[in-house]
Design a protein around this ligand. Structure first.
Ligand SMILES: Nc1ncnc2c1ncn2[C@@H]1O[C@H](COP(=O)(O)OP(=O)(O)OP(=O)(O)O)[C@@H](O)[C@H]1O
Ligand SMILES: [Mg+2]
Length: 251
């Protein structure tokens, strides 16, 4: 079996005394997309924070490209090639679109690793603007003047600028209109076709199932389902109890 890109092994993550992730394991192969589904407050963002080193697990191990991430601060994990598209987008509202896109590269450039030519390096400023022409049109506007959908594109474009091998995406469709959710869905499918590995946190079932190879359902800090999108469609109990839907719509 080829070595997984990301392996999470029985992690337990706390905020102070609050015990949130209660033994999660998952494996993501290179170029694949895994979706983490689950209702509000179940621990999805905490999983993203655990991988990114923002709230490291107190027990358990996370390996990236076969190396343990234990003890590494968030910037060192980013330098290894893991980018985040955070929940709520977190773009810099007073900085221009251009500055938002260029900022992470200037930070990463401080590491020797990022300045080495990386195999398969695909994204730079021009490539990102070509992928998101709407951002090109608004390049000198402040981030705060963009619509929700454009801010999401900016957050994704900013992550791509680092040429990450893995992107952690936390609810990219949150707060977007159905039309914009479809736009995000198209972006996900393009990234999938390009072989971009993504750990995708979502509450939008259709978006997650259309993009993901593997699906995990999180409930109160534990996975209650793990399988393919097709497997999940046959799990009426999981759909009803943990996702609040009676069936998976055809799409
Ligand atoms: N900084 C924090 N300090 C203490 N508890 C926290 C903190 N952040 C989250 N929690 C708690 O941890 C649990 C999991 O939260 P988390 O943000 O991971 O959920 P989520 O699945 O991402 O939810 P949502 O879909 O609303 O974003 C919740 O009970 C939440 O209240
Ligand atoms: Mg969250």
């Amino acid at each position: 079996m080829p070595e997984a890109l990301l392996t999470v092994s029985d992690i337990h993550t706390y905020y102070g005394d609050s015990y949130v992730l209660q033994g999660l394991s998952l494996s993501l192969a290179r170029g694949r997309i895994a979706a983490i589904l689950g209702r509000n407050g179940m621990g999805k963002t905490t999983l993203v924070r655990s991988v990114a080193g923002l709230t490291p697990p107190r027990q358990g191990e996370i390996h990236y490209r076969g190396q343990s991430l234990k003890g590494l601060p968030p910037y060192a994990i980013a330098q290894q090639g893991i980018a985040i598209v955070p929940q709520g987008r977190r773009i810099f509202k007073s900085l221009s679109v251009r500055e938002n896109l260029l900022l992470p590269t200037s930070v990463l450039a401080r590491s020797a690793r990022a300045s080495e030519p990386r195999a398969g390096k695909r994204w730079d400023f021009d490539a990102v603007l070509k992928e998101f022409p709407q951002l090109a049109e608004r390049i000198d506007n402040p981030g705060g003047a963009l619509s929700g959908g454009e801010q999401q594109m900016l957050a994704i474009g900013r992550a791509l600028m680092a040429n990450p091998e893995l992107i952690l995406m936390d609810e990219p469709s949150e707060g977007l209109s159905p039309r914009l959710v479809l736009q995000v869905q198209e972006i996900m499918q393009r990234l999938r076709a390009l072989g971009q590995a993504i750990l995708l946190v979502e509450q939008n079932l259709q978006l997650a199932l259309s993009a993901a190879d593997d699906v995990y359902v999180l409930s109160a800090g534990r996975f209650v389902f793990q399988g393919t999108a097709a497997d999940l469609a046959g799990e009426a109990g999981v759909l009803d109890q943990h996702l609040g839907v009676s069936s998976v719509k055809n799409h």
